[in-house]
Every structure is written in structure tokens, then in C-alpha cells.
Ligand binder design. Structure first.
Ligand code: SF4
Ligand code: SF4
Length: 288
């Protein structure tokens, strides 16, 4: 017992101090596109190797346009390893979540990765701790993403210190975290879970399967991601995403929630326009 206590005390604090750091050297992340000219159809190595058809090449020679959809990428690393021109490279960033699936489609003509994080202004270091968020996790058939969500709560990442809590009921949840490709058998349970949440509610798709269906896309199980069933607000690519990427995506959702709340308030009917409020007002007026 004393040995165990001494061991634990000797470990000190393991909780990471810096938020959303880049992956360590040599660790495989998602691919990114650089501005290095692609060899186009003369090469086509990446297109032939990609198991999920995430890459498209248009044109020939050095003016070829490469598109890479991170929403379909399972981060196998084959394109990075075999690209002879360095047009496709490893992206060590963990800030990979986006508010729209269109923003996950990279291009070597205007590379989002090279341009930096387009949402960096949305997450402010002094703003993220001011709010908390409660998450309900629905797994529709993935264990890897679920394990990484579990890791977000361990002493190293400790997302609860940032006000991010996992709850057991959709009634208490602000956001729905969906993992897995959402096959037909899970369409109804996922929809029911979403409908049980109070407004304003958000949906966060965690992992490539939840974004697009990944390797299950257009199969007989009709597993084409969460957006086919409920409206997704934040997309976190990866197979599975790193815990920092998941926590980054949740913080993006916190930003989206504030924006959505403002929109809902602006759209809410005023008392003089709301029929129910008018009825209450007129019955109150007719009372002696
Ligand atoms: S890393 Fe992604 S884009 Fe590249 S080959 Fe693998 S699945 Fe395709
Ligand atoms: S592997 Fe590289 S050079 Fe070859 S087609 Fe793909 S992006 Fe272009």
C-alpha cells in the first residue's frame, strides 16, 4: 500500500497543460494537401490506393487539382506514404473539427491545412471556460471512437475541467455525440434520442463513419452517417479522432451553441405575435 501511494505521489500531475497541441513527431494524423504541384493522372497513385475513394484528381501534369475529403478519409496513411511530390503530407494538427462538411474537403489549390485553422477566431482561450456543455453519447456501431471519447475523461485530457460533462439521458443533454456509421437499425433510436433533447440542441458527428458512413457508405445497411438522420452541427474527422480533436470539436459546438441560441432568440415570436401568448393576454384582459 505504501509502495503504491509512493508510486502515485511520484507521478505528480499528469493532466496536460497545453490545449489542442500538435501530434508528436512520427505520429500519424490526418492527411493534408500542400501547394507542391501534383503529377496528376500520370501518377494517380493516391486515387488507386485510397480505400474509401476520398481523393479525386482533375487535370493533368503540374496544374492538376487534387481534392481530398477528410469526411471520407479513414487516415490509413497510404496516400501520404506514396505521394512522390509531397502534395499530400501528414497533418499533425489536432484542430481538425469543422462546422460544415464542405470545409472538410481539402484542395491543393486553396489548402485549408496550409491556410491554418479557419475557425481559430471562434475558439478563444479566454472564452471556452465560461460555459459548460452536457453530452449524450450514442454509439451506432463503433468502438474505436467510443474508446477515444472515454479517453477524453481520463486524467491526461480531463475534459470535465473545461465544463464538458457526459450525461446518461438526452433530457439533460445540450449536444448529441454520435459515433459509428448509423446503420438502418439505429436510425429510429438516434432520431428518438434527438427528439428527447430540449432546444437548442446540437449534434456532433465523431469520426469518419458518423460523418459519411466511411467504409460502410452506400452499403446494404444504409449506413451513411448521422447527417442522413439528424442535422449535424459539428464534424470531427478521423478514424478514430484523437481525444484533443474530439475536445476541440466539442468546444466548437459550444461556440455553435451560443450562435444558435442567439438565432433562436431572434426568431422567437414576440408576445404580440404569438397566438398562445395573445390568448393568455386576452383572457387576462377579460377577467374582472
Ligand atoms: S489517408 Fe485517407 S485519403 Fe489517404 S489513402 Fe488513406 S483513407 Fe484515403
Ligand atoms: S500521389 Fe501525389 S503526385 Fe500522385 S496523383 Fe496523388 S497527389 Fe498527385
Amino acid at each position: 500500500m505504501i509502495k503504491l501511494l509512493a508510486y502515485l505521489l511520484g507521478k505528480g500531475t499528469v493532466t496536460a497543460k497545453s490545449l489542442f497541441p500538435d501530434l508528436e513527431e512520427g505520429v500519424r494524423g490526418l492527411p493534408k494537401l500542400t501547394s507542391a504541384a501534383c503529377d496528376g493522372k500520370e501518377c494517380n497513385a493516391c486515387v488507386g490506393l485510397c480505400p474509401t475513394d476520398a481523393i479525386e484528381i482533375k487535370g493533368q501534369g503540374s496544374t492538376s487539382k487534387v481534392s481530398l475529403d477528410l469526411g471520407a478519409c479513414i487516415a490509413c496513411g497510404l496516400c501520404v506514404a506514396h505521394c512522390p511530390t509531397g502534395t499530400i503530407a501528414n497533418n499533425p494538427s489536432t484542430k481538425t473539427a469543422r462546422l460544415s462538411s464542405e470545409d472538410l474537403v481539402l484542395s491543393n489549390v486553396s489548402s485549408l491545412s496550409d491556410a491554418g485553422d479557419p475557425q481559430s477566431g471562434l475558439i478563444k482561450a479566454d472564452g471556452i471556460f465560461k460555459r459548460s456543455i452536457h453530452l449524450r453519447v450514442v454509439s451506432t456501431g463503433c468502438s474505436a471512437c467510443d474508446l477515444e471519447i472515454g479517453a477524453c475523461g481520463n486524467p491526461i485530457f480531463d475534459m470535465e475541467r473545461m465544463g464538458v460533462h457526459v450525461v446518461a439521458s438526452p433530457r439533460f443533454a445540450d449536444a448529441l455525440l454520435v459515433t459509428g456509421p448509423v446503420p438502418k437499425a439505429m436510425h429510429d433510436p438516434l432520431r428518438r434520442c434527438y427528439e428527447a433533447m430540449a432546444e437548442p440542441r446540437l449534434v456532433i458527428a465523431v469520426g469518419t463513419c458518423a460523418i459519411s458512413g466511411g467504409g460502410h457508405k452506400d452499403g446494404y445497411t444504409e449506413a451513411n452517417g448521422a447527417n442522413a438522420v439528424v442535422p449535424v452541427d459539428v464534424f470531427i474527422p478521423g478514424c478514430p479522432p484523437h481525444p484533443w480533436s474530439i475536445i476541440y470539436g466539442v468546444h466548437l459546438a459550444m461556440t455553435a451553441r451560443q450562435a444558435k441560441k442567439k438565432l433562436a432568440q431572434a426568431a422567437a415570436p414576440k408576445a404580440d405575435e404569438d397566438p398562445a401568448a395573445q390568448k393568455v393576454a386576452s383572457s387576462a384582459a377579460s377577467e374582472p
